[in-house]
Design a protein around this ligand. Structure first.
Ligand SMILES: Cc1cc2nc3c(=O)[nH]c(=O)nc-3n(C[C@H](O)[C@H](O)[C@H](O)COP(=O)(O)O)c2cc1C
Length: 341
């Protein structure tokens, strides 16, 4: 029974990562590939809307996480991740894409223009394979040329990607992650919000197609009611601290995305830069996972910025390294994330 559930979960995760059937409209394919992007707690907080020659990505505020993300910064960063995927997906259809954050529409606008000289970007090959891999990595260092390529790929005019690989630089950051874990896991409201997004079994995961599935994180399957009662009791700060420490130690390094200002437009841009980094990393066989605790706990953030010598606001923090792929997360069907005209 459990094996069958696992098989149908894996089949659903693979189906959303396969091309749509013949006859599907091209913009549906763009939206499918955009929605494979990372999003905070896999909330998929986006609504795609077709407009004249463009696609808008609007925030879906019904999917907010007010405790971990009171300002909606992660929500807009998630929209940025989807926008970056959409650009690479567009290149596969010979469409030139440019991205704006439109304050008056409160949306990311992706202008699309047919152009015979546009070729599929290299990164478009990783749209269906990128994932956040939360397992331990194998400790191997990343060659300098690849580190430099990742740093450049993850940077833009307003975002600086900072990479740290030495244990001397990483240890004080690890201490901040410990402190963040203790603060977050010691907070009942934070645990409650996390549990809302955990999908405790494949039936629940396949009903919702969102959230944090046990299959992805190698957690045992539980009836939802039991999981909701047990999870807040068994998720303990000290065991999470130990797990995250070991996973960080197994990694080749950490990367931080720092913005010159803190605004909706820069949140979107930071999401774009992370997604680009992760697509490029995937092409190198390198996995990534977020370790955002010192960004999310507001009073730890200045210390993180100081440790990084950052000239600006830290937006996202990840670890990276070599590992096999883990099971993939699910996505809602394209129709569910597309606005009806
Ligand atoms: C803005 C943002 C913040 C995130 N924060 C965390 C985090 O703190 N810890 C974590 O394990 N994953 C974090 N994630 C990763 C998501 O949980 C992940 O993208 C989602 O579950 C979908 O899985 P996938 O990226 O493997 O497709 C974050 C993603 C985004 C875009």
């Amino acid at each position: 029974m459990r094996a069958m559930g696992t098989r149908s979960y894996d089949a659903a995760a693979a189906a959303i990562r396969s091309s749509l059937t013949a006859g599907a409209r091209d913009d549906q394919e763009l939206i499918r590939l955009a929605s494979l992007a990372a999003s905070s707690h896999n909330t998929q907080p986006w609504i795609f809307e077709r407009a004249n020659g463009s696609i808008l990505i609007r925030p879906d505020r019904s999917r907010r996480c007010p405790v971990v993300d009171p300002e909606d910064a992660h929500l807009y960063r998630s929209l940025g991740c989807a926008a970056e995927n959409l650009i690479h997906a567009a290149s596969q259809q010979q469409l030139r894409a440019s991205v704006d954050f439109d304050e008056s529409l409160d949306s990311v606008v992706i202008h699309l223009e047919p152009a015979a000289d546009v070729e599929p970007t290299e990164m478009s090959a990783a749209l269906t394979t990128r994932q956040c891999t939360r397992t331990a990595y194998d400790g191997r260092p990343v060659p300098d040329e690849e580190l430099e390529r990742l740093r450049a790929t993850g940077s833009s005019e307003s975002i600086e990607c900072l990479i740290r690989t030495s244990s001397g630089d990483i240890e004080p950051i690890a201490e901040l992650i410990d402190a963040g874990n203790r603060r977050q896991l010691g907070d009942k409201a934070w645990r409650g919000e996390l549990v809302e997004w955990v999908r405790f079994n494949t039936t629940d995961a396949l009903r919702r197609h969102d959230g944090l599935a046990g299959r992805v994180n190698a957690q045992p399957s539980l009836p939802t009611v039991l999981g909701r009662v047990l999870a807040p009791l068994v998720i303990r700060a000290e065991s999470q601290v130990r797990t995250d420490r070991a996973r960080l130690q197994s990694s080749a390094g950490v990367a931080a995305f720092v913005a010159s200002e803190d605004s909706k437009a820069s949140w979107v841009e930071a999401g774009r830069c992370y997604e680009r980094f992760a697509l490029q990393a995937d092409l190198f066989g390198i996995r990534t996972a977020f370790i955002n605790q010192p960004v999310e706990v507001a009073d730890l953030r200045p210390r993180l910025e100081q440790l990084l010598d950052a000239e600006g606001a830290a937006q996202l923090l990840i670890r990276f390294g070599y590992a096999d792929y883990a099971p993939y997360s699910l996505r809602r069907p394209v129709d569910e994330v597309t606005a009806v005209p």
